[in-house]
Design a protein around this ligand. Structure first.
Ligand code: TRP
Ligand code: SF4
Length: 400
């Protein structure tokens, strides 16, 4: 049965940490933007949260719901995006198991986040699951055939590992006897078989990445059956059948927000954060306590905006006129730090007030979130089940 043309697929997830903070806002905006162009899925990585401790069910659920409220407040649209919970799809656990048989041990031992931990913790404190964390992440991505994974730069290594695992799998299981003849045969189903063949050969012979991309686009634009699409996409990549889609990290230029205390990263556990849904009175008080350029001891001392974390925030939250007004005022001692922070509070308020407004009905009726999750879980499961069925067939396990 022919499927409709394939749109690019995007997936990302976060561990359930409850209410998010302003540092998350920039990545979320990227997610919201991607809804315009791609088939998006976003999920709560509650299995991954087990690596940092097991909690009780009530707390885990509250953390997931609070995070989902923040996603919705930022503008994720449950009609356009599939929002789901990792642990509610058995397919993630099952694919994790199969991929763990494919992923070489040294790839995992080299992953920076594991290496750091392994260098400092006792061996008894390192779990098998922690080592396998990126394999589970690969399963998350691959179960939904994601092409692009928008993440912060600390996660890029994990996405690259997922791509390598998918390619290894395809290499091992996607090249049965006669696959090249099958490719030649299926090419004829494309409206422009000749162009596809030309691009595919350019990609294979000259390593022409642009040609590879265009060949894939031709395949994605056509109405094709499942197997045909896999074989032709794999062919564009110079390989066998693409049973599993190798993802690429989407290196969005996401601004990184420093902590209120001047640390490189805002984080709830460091208590240097402003909540995404926090009200003005509360965050304005936190701004008041924020350190400024230490050279400005007195109101009459000129300052250097580049040395002040408050100015760093202005760059992200204030309009350009305010930014230049503040920079000039700081350097000439024309403006005091209290006034400067008040202007910053205005800028932040302008950006977060609409989020609080959007969150309000969800916070009033949290049961509505359950309905969204149920719909998302069902939609996500339907796709993942198809991928798992392919995987079982490819590795020679009976269908479940
Ligand atoms: N490891 C990610 C984090 O800690 C969360 C995550 C789990 C994820 N699975 C994923 C992100 C799949 C993107 C895709 O932030
Ligand atoms: Fe920082 Fe603003 Fe004070 Fe300058 S005026 S030191 S930018 S808080």
């Amino acid at each position: 049965m022919a499927e409709a043309p394939r749109r690019p697929r995007v997936l990302s997830g976060m561990r359930p940490t409850g209410m998010l903070h302003l540092g998350h806002l920039f990545l979320l905006r990227k997610w919201v933007e991607l809804q315009e162009t791609s088939d998006c899925s976003f999920f709560v990585a509650d299995y991954h949260a087990l690596t940092t401790g097991v909690r009780n069910e009530r707390e885990a659920k509250a953390n997931s719901i609070d995070m989902l409220v923040c996603w919705l407040a930022a503008g994720l649209d449950p009609e356009r995006s599939t929002l789901f919970i990792q642990s509610q799809l058995r397919e993630h656990a099952e694919l994790h198991l199969v991929l763990s048989m494919v992923c070489p041990l040294p790839w995992l031992e080299r992953v920076p986040s594991f290496k750091d931990k392994a260098d400092t913790a006792k061996r008894e404190d390192l779990s098998y699951g922690l080592l396998g964390y990126p394999v589970l992440q690969a399963a998350d991505i691959i179960a939904h055939s994601a092409d692009h994974v928008p993440v912060g730069d600390d996660q890029e290594a994990h996405v690259e590992l997922a791509a390598r695992v998918a390619r290894t799998f395809n290499d091992r299981f996607g090249k049965p006897d006669g696959w090249q003849e099958r490719l030649a045969e299926l090419e004829e189903q494309l409206p422009d078989a000749k162009e596809y063949r030309r691009l595919r050969q350019a990609a294979a012979q000259d390593g022409d990445a642009a040609a590879r991309g265009k060949a894939r686009e031709l395949v994605d634009a056509a109405e094709l059956g499942r197997e045909a699409r896999q074989v032709l996409r794999g062919g564009a990549d110079g390989g066998g059948r693409e049973i599993l889609v190798p993802p690429a990290p989407l290196k969005a230029e996401v601004s990184r927000l420093a902590g209120l205390d001047g640390q490189a990263k805002m984080s709830k556990s460091e208590r240097n954060d402003i909540g995404m849904l926090e009200d003005r009175e509360s965050f304005a008080a936190k701004l008041k306590a924020m350190p400024t350029d230490p050279a400005r001891v007195r109101r009459s001392d000129p300052g250097t905006p580049a040395k002040c974390p408050v100015y760093g925030y202005h760059r992200l939250f204030s309009a350009e006129e305010i930014q230049s007004q503040v920079a000039e005022g700081c350097q000439s001692a024309g403006i005091g730090c209290i006034e400067c922070k008040g202007l910053l509070a205005d800028g932040i308020e302008a950006q977060v007030a609409p989020l609080r407004q959007r969150a309000e009905p969800w916070l009033r009726d949290r049961d509505k979130i359950d309905a969204i999750i149920k719909q998302g879980n069902d939609r996500a499961r339907a796709h993942a089940a198809g991928v798992l069925s392919d995987v079982r067939r490819a590795v020679g396990l009976p269908q479940a």
